[in-house]
Write a protein that binds this ligand. Structure first.
Ligand SMILES: [Zn+2]
Length: 432
């Protein structure tokens, strides 16, 4: 790396007593033999082990919407996350700490992760990546929460009570310590893709300085007694910036590496940024891909060595009547559900009229509580009638689906049959 780009890091520096994460481990138990970087591992945390590759479900406001911890467990869930930003504005991290931390507060007594809070502040400030894709380059003023970004941190207006708050790398670590999740993240700026390269570059370097300040605070507060800190790779879609950022994360004593920032406007760019970034990340640390949860994206990420993924997609989709389906659905099922006239997707919309009199489960081979007990017609009715149970039952199917997907991926890595496995989940029309 050029000497000039090191200067900005040296100006902050490493903590004198770098954390050693005594209560965490990441063990790779099987490496793929098919020439890909796929591997199976075990992420060990004080609240239990997570088999990798795995999917982290979003319990945004300390709840995976509509599902109890018992339902999550029964559907095979090993790890969930909560969003620091939302818990910071309400009910506040001190209250969660007083109630025994997130695991006690929520009753999900397994491995948990919190983000730094940055993503929500910046996505509401810049306009989210998804709204960029939809062509909405900026948010209306009344929806903007971000007031200012400076070297110190980010100042934003709380959507809860309108108060002005500042999130710094240090305060994010303190808040995440109070929340008490096992895995926590450094504060970074999530830069949108529509900015100049020069902005992405200076933002990335500031995020590196914030990463070091986060690490220093993590050491000062002795968080390693209960927690492990992940660094985040930034750099947008620019290969040289991604290289510089992976070098920074690899050489800084974080426990794990997360891939963040803008991954581009389309799937092809996203896949190339993920492949390039993951290739350069060290393999003795777990790699998390932030905010990605499509089935095709998961197969792609796994092949390039990603260990964990998170996304609101499965549960958000479920609440609105979208049920995830495997390839079989489109090959064998279409007539009864009327779905053959639909464009092939990774999910079906149970609110559509062809499901009104469809007595079959979403997927007879699924095995989830919903598919064992309820017809598409009943789910269609609940969703159309606005009954809460509809969203819960479809979310439950989607959670089970994702956990089954990850379990089958792990066993396919072990048997060297990842391509064959993919063909069961992804319809060829989706690759066209
Ligand atoms: Zn099911």
């Amino acid at each position: 790396m050029p000497a000039a780009s090191l200067t900005h890091i040296e100006s902050v520096g490493l903590p004198s007593d770098a954390p050693s994460y005594p209560f965490f481990a990441f063990d790779i138990v099987h490496e793929s033999t098919d020439g890909s970087d796929a591997c199976c591992g075990v992420l060990r945390t004080p609240h239990g082990d997570v088999e990798t590759p795995n999917f982290v479900f979003c319990g945004t406001k300390a709840s995976v919407k509509g599902l109890t911890p018992e339902q999550l467990r029964e559907a095979g869930t090993q790890i969930v996350l909560s969003n620091t930003y939302h818990l910071l504005v309400w009910p506040g991290s001190e209250l969660v700490e007083d109630m025994g931390g997130l695991q006690e507060f929520t009753g999900f007594r397994g491995p948990m992760l919190t983000d730094s809070g940055g993503y929500q502040i910046f996505s509401m400030g810049h306009g989210s990546v998804s709204s960029e894709i939809k062509g909405q380059r900026t948010l209306p003023d009344e929806m903007r929460s971000l007031i200012d970004i400076s070297e110190e941190g980010a100042t934003f207006r709380s959507y809860w009570d309108g108060s002005v708050k500042t999130l710094t790398p240090e305060s994010s670590i303190l808040v995440q310590k109070q929340l008490g999740a096992d895995i926590i993240l450094v504060l970074d700026e999530c830069t949108p893709f529509n900015v100049e390269k020069s902005y992405t570059e200076s933002s990335m370097r500031r995020s590196h300085r914030w990463g070091l300040r986060s690490l220093q605070e993590f050491s000062r507060l002795d968080c390693q007694q209960r927690q492990a800190l992940y660094g985040i790779v930034q750099g947008g879609t620019c290969p040289s910036l991604r290289d510089e950022s992976t070098h920074f994360v690899n050489t800084t004593p974080f426990f794990g590496s997360a891939i963040g920032g803008s991954l581009g406007a389309d799937r092809a760019t996203m896949h190339s940024v993920v492949a390039l970034t993951a290739k350069s990340l060290r393999r003795d640390r777990p790699i998390h891909l932030l905010g990605i949860g499509g089935v095709r994206d998961i197969f792609h990420g796994v092949r390039h060595g990603i260990d964990t993924f998170d996304c609101v997609h499965p549960t958000r989709l479920g609440r609105h009547g979208g049920a995830l389906v495997r390839r079989d659905f489109w090959d064998t099922d279409g007539s009864g559900g009327g779905s053959r006239s639909d464009k092939v997707k990774e999910h079906i919309n149970l609110k559509k009229s062809p499901f009104k009199r469809d007595s079959r489960p979403i997927d007879a081979s699924c095995g989830c509580y919903t598919c064992r007990n309820f017809s598409r017609a009943y789910l269609h009715h609940l969703l159309k009638a606005g009954e809460q149970l509809g969203g819960t039952l479809v979310s439950l199917h989607n959670v089970f689906f994702m956990n089954r997907l990850m379990r089958d991926i792990r066993s396919a890595i072990r048997s060297g049959t990842l391509d064959e496995e993919r063909s069961k989940w992804v319809h060829p029309a989706l690759d066209a």
